[in-house]
Design a binder for this molecule. Structure first.
Ligand code: G3P
Ligand code: MG
Length: 372
């Protein structure tokens, strides 16, 4: 296991503290590693202090992202130390034999991830646009681009009416949509269809007492978002809109069209990712098993993990998540906010961290000093 081979003296004991590092704004800014990221991670590895990466990012398979980060950060990392936004989708076995629509990411990369997770029938909004160009009039100029990677739609349920016989059983937003217009239109079409059958419209049975918009939800497919981030730290010096920006825009469209919750048509959605409890539970499980692997690799004794330092740049995801997480193992999650990403030095963060420091190396040295 490449990630576990580090030089340095054999571990007499694996420390009872560990780290969870956010990626964008802590270790990298888009494709550039931050100055002291390598120093921080390689120090921890030389001391056999366990750490994992916990990101709301995504868009490629865990193995590909880990290989890219290992080379960019110049430290050995393996998938046992890595949790990204859509990693939990890999466990959703009950939907793997269904027809799912995967939204977001570059070209066809997220479909490849979903298929690697075991999803057998994956459709994308690009496939739908190429099959039914009129579904979204404003992306016609992108058809040549889409045709380089899209696939024919699955066989129609009713060959006699191909344009209204593709049934979508679930919608997943894997990564930031690149065509907000097409993706919003197609997700709306699916969610307001009759039982997920594209091209149909589910209307209330003419009951005048109900809202005059006439929409209802009868057996709509579930909608999963992988990342709540409204903003994130890319290469540009100011934060950029993230997948949460797309979700907020879509919710605006949904409410304008259906009346939303006030009219009994609440958008049924599941949002995963930091700061939500399930993502932290998933990450803690991953960290505990990675720590056990370290023991196998280096020998020594393994007392229970007592504290995890959550190092992040975004108060709304990393700090809120670290502060609010309730560990089933009684592990204390201590949040540390760095000033190399979304958070602006000198402002009051919306969620108060255990400590605020300059960068990731400051976070590691401060945390190690707490454990002396
Ligand atoms: O899309 C990535 C962005 O939402 C933030 O990623 O690594 O800061 O959780 P990260
Ligand atoms: Mg970040």
């Amino acid at each position: 296991r490449r990630g576990l081979q580090t030089a340095a003296a054999p571990a007499s004991r694996i420390p009872t503290f560990a780290f969870a590092f956010d990626i964008d704004g802590v270790l990298v800014r888009s494709s550039d590693a931050l100055p002291r990221a390598h120093k921080a991670l390689s120090y921890l590895q030389s001391q056999h202090i366990p750490w994992i990466l916990l990101t709301n990012g995504g868009g490629s398979h865990e193995s590909a992202r880990v290989a890219e980060l290992s080379s960019k950060l110049n430290v050995p990392i393996d998938t046992s130390m890595f949790v990204q936004s859509h990693t939990p989708f890999a466990d959703m076995d009950h939907l793997k034999d269904k027809t799912v629509m995967v939204v977001g990411g570059e070209a066809d990369k997220c479909r490849a991830v979903a298929e690697a997770y075991g999803f057998k029938t994956v459709v994308t909004p690009g496939d739908i646009l190429v099959a039914h160009p009129d579904i979204w009039p404003f992306s016609q100029q992108l058809l040549p681009y889409y045709k380089t990677f899209t696939r024919p739609l699955p066989a129609p349920i009713d060959p006699a009416s191909p344009s209204t016989s593709l049934r979508i059983d679930a919608v997943f937003v894997y990564n930031d949509p690149r065509d907000w217009g097409l993706d919003s239109q197609v997700i709306k079409d699916v969610l307001l269809s009759h039982r997920g059958i594209l091209g149909t419209l589910s209307r209330k049975n003419g009951n005048a007492a109900l809202d005059n918009r006439g929409y209802q939800q009868d057996g709509q497919p579930p909608l999963y978002f992988s990342n709540p981030d409204l903003l994130w730290a890319a290469k540009y010096h100011l934060p950029r809109l993230g997948q949460g920006g797309f979700r907020e825009a879509f919710e605006g469209i949904w409410t304008a069209i259906t009346g939303g919750e006030a009219h009994g048509v609440k958008l049924q959605k599941t949002v995963l990712g930091k700061p939500h409890q399930p993502t932290y539970e998933f990450a803690e499980k991953r960290l505990i098993s990675h720590r056990r692997n370290l023991l196998q690799c280096h020998g020594g004794t393994l007392a229970n993990l007592q504290r995890v330092y959550m190092v992040g740049d975004n108060p709304a995801s990393d700090i809120a998540g670290g502060n609010n997480y309730k560990s089933p193992h009684g592990i204390d999650w201590a949040s540390i906010l760095v000033q190399t990403g979304v958070y602006v030095e000198g402002t009051v963060p919306a969620h108060q961290p255990r400590n605020t420091v300059g960068d990731v190396w400051d976070a590691v040295t401060w945390a190690a000093a707490q454990e002396k």
